[in-house]
Design a protein around this ligand. Structure first.
Ligand SMILES: NC(=O)c1ccc[n+]([C@@H]2O[C@H](COP(=O)([O-])OP(=O)(O)OC[C@H]3O[C@@H](n4cnc5c(N)ncnc54)[C@H](O)[C@@H]3O)[C@@H](O)[C@H]2O)c1
Ligand SMILES: [Zn+2]
Length: 384
């Protein structure tokens, strides 16, 4: 059987030292006149907007800064920025921030129309067309949002995070410059780094995995497994941080060509209802879901071992066990909680969690081992 593959990518990616200087060329190439800069107060407070804005001012383009955005916004909070962007009449969007900022900017780039808003896209994500070009400058490593066609918003009435997928949201330009993550606080670096790790291992072990996505997922895994701890622990480890930024982009490409699985599916209610940071909820579920999946993904995990580990495991079982132990070890090393106890999730909420998690069929179908409500219950019980 001839299998079809699709890989959609940003038009241009600039990576490495001084990549930020490319802003000037990008604006010239696009004859930008009215720029909307998406960011948030945390980014501005960390001084991360200073250099990009100095470059913007050099070009003399008119601009507006849209920064009234909380982390992991609801669709209504994101819609406010979309409306501001529309009212300003922007002809180009530059996003400087983590996944929350980039996702909102991506939604805006397809919503410069009065016909519908984010709420409508929750049900019919495919209806929106590309309106204006985008440049993504991630400040976490990360969600990989700069590579994906996805935007994730919280939907309070469903108590869930919901992913809107539309290939028109794929960024036009991406700048991966590790100076943007140099001072990322360890706690955020750890959670966002494990998010990238989850993207890579889930995409590699997904029903949707294919030769395109495997290349990016495996390369991301190799770089993340070798660098995540150093990048988080050592503020001066620029080489490790650079590799994390590149790897999180690769993992985003893997999402675009493949798809995440039950770790992300079961983590959405934890973000939606208890506002646990996306990377943290994934980190909590990573090892339990991988252990559950192990019988179905043993061979794939052994491939990860063969490429990324230099140990003495001989059998497929030993290799897959070593990979799962390493994932668990990374989460512990980075001091990310491994259970929900400290987030005040009451045990009585178990059934509601199971029901919400089972709603995320978009990702559950990607899981190589079928997840029944009983399975979801056991996995949540393990971390409650
Ligand atoms: N679109 C996708 O493909 C995709 C994939 C995974 C996750 N997501 C979504 O992305 C969001 C999470 O994004 P995130 O994990 O990047 O975090 P975030 O964007 O929510 O940022 C978290 C906090 O870190 C601060 N911050 C970010 N970078 C910083 C830096 N360099 N220095 C200091 N502070 C900094 C921000 O101000 C914010 O307060 C969630 O909504 C998640 O669902 C999207
Ligand atoms: Zn994620």
């Amino acid at each position: 059987m001839l299998t079809k593959y699709e890989l959609k990518m940003p038009h241009a990616v600039f990576s490495g030292e001084d990549a930020l200087h490319k802003i000037l060329d990008i604006f010239t190439e696009n004859q930008v006149k009215h720029l909307a800069v998406f960011t948030d107060k945390g980014i501005e407070g960390a001084g991360l907007l200073d250099f990009p804005m100095a470059k913007v001012k050099e070009t003399g383009v008119e601009y507006t800064i849209l920064d009234d955005l909380p982390a992991e916004p609801t669709y209504m909070e994101a819609q406010k920025l979309v409306d501001q962007c529309k009212a300003y009449g922007a002809d180009f969007i530059m996003a400087v921030g983590g996944g929350s900022v980039m996702d909102t900017a991506k939604l805006s780039s397809i919503l410069m129309t009065d016909e519908y808003g984010i709420k409508e896209l929750l049900d019919t994500p495919g209806r929106a067309k590309k309106c204006i070009p985008t440049l993504m400058i991630p400040t976490t490593a990360g969600t990989g949002s700069e590579a994906t066609p996805n935007a994730i918003v919280a939907v309070p009435e469903k108590q869930l995070k919901v992913g809107i997928v539309n290939t028109n949201m794929i960024a036009d330009y991406v700048i991966l410059d590790a100076v943007m993550i140099k001072k990322l606080p360890r706690k955020i670096a750890a959670a966002t780094g494990v998010d990238a790790l989850a993207h890579a291992i889930e995409c590699y072990t997904s029903n949707k995995a294919n030769p395109f996505s495997d290349i990016f997922a495996m390369q991301a895994l190799e770089m993340i497994l070798a660098n995540i701890e150093t990048a988080c622990d050592d503020p001066e480890a620029m080489d490790a941080k650079n590799k994390m930024l590149l790897a999180s982009f690769y993992a985003g490409v893997a999402i675009t060509a493949s798809g995440t699985t039950a770790v992300h599916a079961l983590s959405y209610p934890l973000g939606g209802k208890y506002h646990i940071a996306h990377g943290v909820s994934n980190a909590i579920l990573l090892a339990p879901v991988m252990r559950f999946n192990e019988p179905a993904i043993r061979g794939k995990l052994a491939e990860v071992y063969d490429r990324c580990f230099h140990g003495s495991a001989a059998t497929v079982e030993e290799k897959s066990a070593a990979v799962i132990a390493k994932l668990e070890g990374i989460v512990k090393h980075l001091d990310i909680p491994t259970s929900l106890t400290e987030f005040g999730v009451p045990k009585e909420d178990l059934e509601a969690l199971v029901a919400s998690g089972m709603e995320v069929t978009r990702l559950l179908v990607n899981n190589m081992r079928e997840v029944t409500p009983d399975d979801a219950r056991r996995i949540y019980q393990e971390v409650l």
